[in-house]
Write a protein that binds this ligand. Sequence first.
Ligand code: HEM
Length: 399
Amino acid sequence: MVDAAQPVTDDFDPLAPETFESPHQLYRELRARCPVAYTSAYGGFWALLRHADVDAAARDPELFISSVRAVVPSDPRGIRRPPLNFDAPAHTPFRTALERTLGRERLAAMAPRLRAHAIAQLEPLLRSGEGDIAKQFGTTYPAFVAAEWLNLKESEVWQLAETASIWVDAWRRQDAETVTDKSNAMYAMARALVADRRANPRPITEDPASSLLAATDHEGRPLDEELIVGALRQSLVVGLVAPPILLGAIAVHLARDPGLHDRLRDDPALVPPALEELLRLYAPYRGFSRTVSRPVVLHGRRIVPGVPVTLVYASANRDESVFSDPDAFVLDRPNIGRHLAFGAGPHRCLGMNLARLSLRIALEELVRRVRRIEVVGEIEPTRMPELGPQRVPVRLLLA
Ligand code: HEM
């Protein structure tokens, strides 16, 4: 819904064809001349491009709320699942219940198993020497990571990897029928998890379903079972969308910068800071959205409730007023901690530490086993709301 105050002309076109390099040129221009930009695409939304505005909006959940639209384009059925699509106080117990399952000790215990999964999931690509690293390793390894977090059975991992992959592809094509079909399949998995953990509860710091079932809301009541199912449905898929894109982007980067590939293999201590800089450069979620709770004027533009506002994390991460030489890979930037690939504020990525750990292990194993990566075909970019490559055909020369 666009009220009379909405602009009649578009400041940019998010549907314009993209390449691996774009849309950073566009974002740079918008940051300079139109930092709060409007487009009528996807029903109309605003985009915040500058780091300062994106960061401030993410940290102001009373003005920029998540419960109306948390993503553009969003689920046409209007389904809202916690924690992503909820505001406090309803958001808090879901967030707390999931967060306590990702403590330092649990992550440390998971690390060797994640490494074993990384090695096993890389193996088919190494054996054939060629393939699509975003689709193959990039899709299966994160499914094993999610399975470790949620304590899924081995047989369920393959089902999850396949269902989520078809769901994501259908989402990008806006194929509503397949989206609904696969979403229902993931709902069924979430329901089965709830039923199983109700019968066989596990320690709350080690199992998301058990933790949600044991949690209470701000009035001390147990959480609504349908919302627990929704939170688990979100948890099943949330770690499977960004990692394939990021792993694909990392492969392209290493193919273009073999010197970095060698340095990372020779000195694995460089992998964590390199990963952080790669996250800054290739933030796989271009942005998440909010809606204002009251009319507000930002850089002279009047934003009203009902029109989504996308916080463009990918643009903020290359804002030249924060990161000098923003398109360059610079190891150990002094202010790398300010990148927004995981967002900021109360909705900042809940799986951030698991994502970092699993990606670090993936990158370590990749540079250890592979001497050189060559891109051997067309890189296929993904679509809104993600950013980056969804298909990266590579040849791998073994170490
Ligand atoms: C490269 C990997 C990942 C990236 C770049 C990423 C990025 C993000 C971002 C930007 C948000 C903020 C949403 C907002 O501003 O509204 C977010 C939220 C979230 N992420 Fe991640 N994520 C990654 C992996 C994961 C993984 C592995 C998990 C699960 C273990 C996860 C779980 C979540 C959840 C549950 C939320 C919603 C948090 C809330 O609304 O309170 N993410 N993620």
